[in-house]
Design a protein around this ligand. Structure first.
Ligand SMILES: Cc1ncc(COP(=O)(O)O)c(C=O)c1O
Length: 379
């Protein structure tokens, strides 16, 4: 792993935001009109509409990070030999900007995304982007495209930082040239028709990650590996796939894009431990703190599929839910596999699941006091 070399080029502009001290704002020559933006912000789905700008920085082995800028959103020019296209040396993050009632814009614990981005970079032999740059890129893009942060109920500006190997070289070694980008996508509420439980397909024979692999990193390859089992889940009428551990096919790990929790009748909260093969979710970590502070017993431990099946069948397990930035908290109503089909409780969302969803979304949208100091103001 090569250390990230900081290059301190002063790119200050005349704007007063601290972010512009490092990310130079180069405004788009073709921003969309007010009418076009209003139209684009109507009936928002997820990840289909993008703002007028993107933040960007370039790293080379010789110069370290440089050329931090915000520029017009648009296609990239990439050499066909760029390493990412061949060896998938790529990482990404996902977080949201929330508009509060008073018009201000906030992010939820973005420093944890910065830390996870750095950890993913280490695992993929990419240069670490310093936390200050990660946060400054978010500040700079949020300021530049603030009009794109939606204000309709439950809508957010989804932020997607990513980094990839751009060196044109077909040898298998860490790239000596890397691009960092941040794009933003106004997105509608995940639940369009309320807070509805989903069904989960427990994958057999397919794994997302193995011991010593890249499961704890947020790299594109993990998601490529999850697509076929995800398709299988859909073929079996399920919304998401749950992966078991690759070594023994005994323990539940996580969903394709969310962590999992189980609540038992005694009120205790259980979630798979961080074994190196699952992603440490920001939502997972926040929930663990909330339930512990609520006085609940918390167990981060290996959880077998057998005990989940048994517990759901005999009622010892009262709630199962998944969590992640996109949906925050998703109740799991049904668990299916090749030889089982189980309904959790009566199939509807349980009270702990609902409380956590309400607590987190109220916090994120500024409807309750930020007792933990988790919100960071962007604009
Ligand atoms: C594989 C995987 N697990 C868990 C999560 C949940 O993480 P977070 O709560 O940080 O969004 C995600 C989403 O980023 C994910 O892709």
């Amino acid at each position: 792993m090569r250390p990230a070399q900081q290059e301190d080029t002063d790119m200050s502009s005349d704007l007063s935001s601290p972010a512009t001290q490092t990310f130079e704002i180069r405004p788009s020559a073709h921003p969309r009109s007010l009418a076009q933006r209003r139209q684009a912000l109507t009936d928002l789905a997820f990840g289909t509409v993008f703002t007028d700008h993107m933040a960007r920085a370039t790293w080379t082995a010789e110069r370290g990070w440089s050329d931090r800028r915000v520029e017009a959103y648009g296609p990239l020019s990439l050499d066909p030999a760029a390493a990412v296209l061949h060896y998938a040396q790529e990482i990404f993050e996902g977080l949201k900007a929330y508009r509060h009632e008073d018009g201000s814009v906030w992010a939820f614990r973005p420093e944890l995304n910065a830390a996870r981005f750095a950890a993913s970079a280490r695992r993929l032999a990419l240069p670490e982007l310093p936390e200050a740059d990660f946060l400054a890129s978010i500040d700079a893009l949020a300021h530049t495209d603030v009009e794109w942060v939606p204000s309709s109920p439950g809508s957010t500006l989804y932020l997607r930082p990513f980094m990839f190997a751009s060196e044109a070289f077909l040898g298998v070694r860490p790239s000596r040239q890397v691009e960092y980008l941040l794009i933003a996508s106004p997105s509608g509420p995940y639940f369009t028709s309320g807070f509805s439980p989903v069904s989960i397909w427990v994958a057999e024979g397919f794994h997302r990650a193995g011991p010593g692999g890249t499961g704890a990193a947020k790299c594109g390859g993990n998601y490529a590996a999850s697509l076929l089992p995800q398709q299988q889940a859909a073929d079996n009428g399920c919304a998401q796939v749950c992966f078991l551990d690759a070594a023994t096919e005994t323990y539940i790990e996580e969903l394709g894009g969310m962590n999992m929790f189980v609540i038992t009748r005694d009120g205790a909260v259980h979630t798979p431990e961080l074994s190196g093969t699952i992603l440490e979710g920001v939502t997972r970590r926040s929930i663990l703190q909330l339930v512990a502070d609520d006085g609940r017993e918390v167990h981060e431990r290996p959880i077998t599929l057998a005990e989940v099946k048994e517990g759901v069948a005999d009622g010892t397990i009262t709630e199962v839910f998944a969590c992640g930035t996109a949906a925050v908290v998703t109740p799991i109503g049904t668990l299916k596999g090749t030889d089982f089909d189980l309904t959790v409780g009566d199939g509807s969302a349980g009270p702990v699941t609902e409380d956590l969803y309400t607590h987190l979304t109220d916090l994120q949208f500024g409807r309750r006091a930020d007792d933990y100091g988790w919100m960071r103001r962007l604009v």
